[in-house]
Write a protein that binds this ligand. Structure first.
Ligand SMILES: Nc1ncnc2c1ncn2[C@@H]1O[C@H](COP(=O)(O)OP(=O)(O)OP(=O)(O)O)[C@@H](O)[C@H]1O
Ligand SMILES: [Mg+2]
Length: 471
């Protein structure tokens, strides 16, 4: 019956049976009404039925209203509870609000009062549901969706994320800068049961040394000069959710000790305070430094390292999973075509080869920036090697082994080196030929002659000179 009924449902818990009857008559046009005369009975109902709102009398025989409220919220944290109280019990009702009751009604009340309060509650619930739904929609795309890559190394990481997400285990994500550590931290949060709870991020390297303690743990009013207000730290803000400690290696040694204590005991004091604050926070930390080596060098506490390194996830640099490059290029191309309203179709095979061959010291972030820049300055069409940034193209040719493998003569190899050396100088001087000639220690005319024979020329219509593809 309850399954096909589209009316929202109200559970009324009151020991006065005649009151229950009149409630039912008055509300059943709009609501599916359930009644119970004791708290125990009411909670039983709540476990069985899909209840939207509870009208709960503060005074009940047996289990009292506050206790019923507590247990009801434990059974279903989304159910809204309206306390019904006599004037003399209003203080209890206020207490109930603190425990999570939505509102209270004071007896005796008009039926209109009850109806409008119930309607308000429902309206708020549907808004919340809408937000949750929209958020879930967005999340679905962001889950792993945001992480691009099908290399076996990335697959292993997805697998690990799936397996640890639902535990509360501390995760340490390591890897070079720009490999996607933060994305992985987000994915863990998104896949965990804490997904609707906060994800709070602290970059330990970006906050000044004397502020980091108060950033993490908060401070009491007057804790130090300038602390005019009480301030909640990230640990408190992340309560029930996930705290992402980015660049954890930059944490001062004394704060490492404090962090260790929090991780062990899940409690701490705010700066300048003595009250013990308890939190339930899941930690995901990230580092682009070799923490193990820092431990060996006594720059990082070993006990903290072991606390953090419960589940290590190492993200390999992009050059060790080159099969992901083409996918990432596509992904960013789509992203920035959309963002800048461009219609860049893609890259020539030679350009793709150059992109895949480059060693990407800045990893995915560097790749993203390269594509972003290219799409921003191009309206449409296909991009070739000549469009790629110099570093990317020259690297291929700088490898002596490469040249050798092609069976180039010494003369060709020299010419190639010369070409790239000149390009470097030009790039460094922003294509000011007089300046570049100075850098190279040759006369400007000599340089112009070289440019001619080496087929290097700036394009006429662009401020950034574009190179011709290597002959
Ligand atoms: N596998 C991936 N798929 C899609 N985008 C990615 C991927 N990896 C990284 N990115 C993108 O690259 C950029 C850098 O990623 P992120 O900030 O997660 O790196 P990081 O490892 O935290 O770097 P750092 O150590 O410098 O903080 C972000 O814009 C991110 O969205
Ligand atoms: Mg990061």
């Amino acid at each position: 019956m309850a399954q096909t009924d589209v009316r929202p449902s109200v559970l009324i818990i009151d020991d006065d049976s005649s009151l229950l009857e009149s409630y039912t008559v008055l509300l059943e046009d709009e609501f599916q009404v359930y009644t119970a005369q004791t708290g125990e009975e009411g909670l039983q109902r709540l476990r069985q039925e899909d209840v939207t709102v509870i009208l709960l009398d503060v005074r009940l025989p047996g289990m009292d209203g506050l206790e019923v409220l507590r247990q009801a919220k434990a059974i279903d944290e989304n159910v809204d509870v309206i306390m019904v109280t006599a004037v003399k019990d209003v203080r209890v009702a206020v207490e109930a609000i603190k425990l999570g009751a939505y509102d209270y009604l004071v007896k005796p009340f008009e039926i209109d009062e009850v109806l409008s309060l119930l309607r308000r509650t429902l309206e708020r619930q549907s808004l919340i549901r809408e937000v949750l739904y929209l958020r879930a929609e967005v999340d679905r795309h962001q889950d792993m969706g945001a992480i691009v890559g099908r290399s076996s190394k990335m697959r292993q990481i997805y697998d690990l994320i799936y397996r640890v997400a639902d535990t509360n285990a501390t995760v340490l994500v390591s890897g070079e800068s720009g490999t996607g550590k933060e994305l992985i931290a987000h994915a863990i949060h998104k896949q965990s049961q804490r997904r609707t709870k906060p994800f709070v991020s602290v970059n330990c390297a970006a906050i000044s040394e004397h502020l980091i303690e108060s950033e993490l743990f908060g401070h009491e009013r007057g804790a130090f000069t300038g602390a005019v207000e009480k301030h909640l730290g990230k640990f408190e803000l992340a309560n029930t959710g996930v705290l992402f400690l980015d660049e954890v290696s930059s944490l001062r040694l004394d704060l490492q000790a404090k962090l260790l204590r929090v991780l062990q005991e899940r409690e701490f004091e705010r700066v300048g305070g003595s009250k013990i604050i308890r939190v339930d926070v899941r930690i995901v930390a990230a580092t682009n430094q070799e923490l193990k080596q820092m431990v060996a060098e006594h720059a990082f506490r070993d006990d903290l390292f072991y606390r953090l390194n419960v589940v290590p996830i190492h993200v390999p640099p992009l050059r060790e999973r080159r099969e992901d490059i083409a996918l990432l290029v596509d992904h960013f191309l789509t992203k920035y075509n959309k963002a800048f309203q461009r219609h860049v179709q893609g890259f020539t095979p030679a350009a793709v080869a150059a992109l895949c061959h480059y060693h990407w010291p800045g990893n995915v972030r560097e790749l993203e920036h390269v594509i972003e820049r290219l799409v921003a300055i191009t309206a449409h069409g296909t991009l070739g090697v000549e469009d790629l940034p110099l570093d990317l193209v020259t690297e291929r040719h700088q490898a002596v082994a490469d040249i050798f493998m092609r069976g180039a003569s010494l003369r060709q190899a020299k010419a190639e080196f010369e070409r790239h050396y000149i390009l470097r100088a030009l790039e460094k001087t922003r294509w000011n030929q007089t300046e570049a000639a100075k850098v190279l220690g040759v006369h400007r005319n000599t340089l112009l002659g070289k440019l001619e024979t080496l087929r290097i020329r700036p394009t006429a219509d662009s401020e950034t000179p574009v190179l011709q593809d290597t002959p």
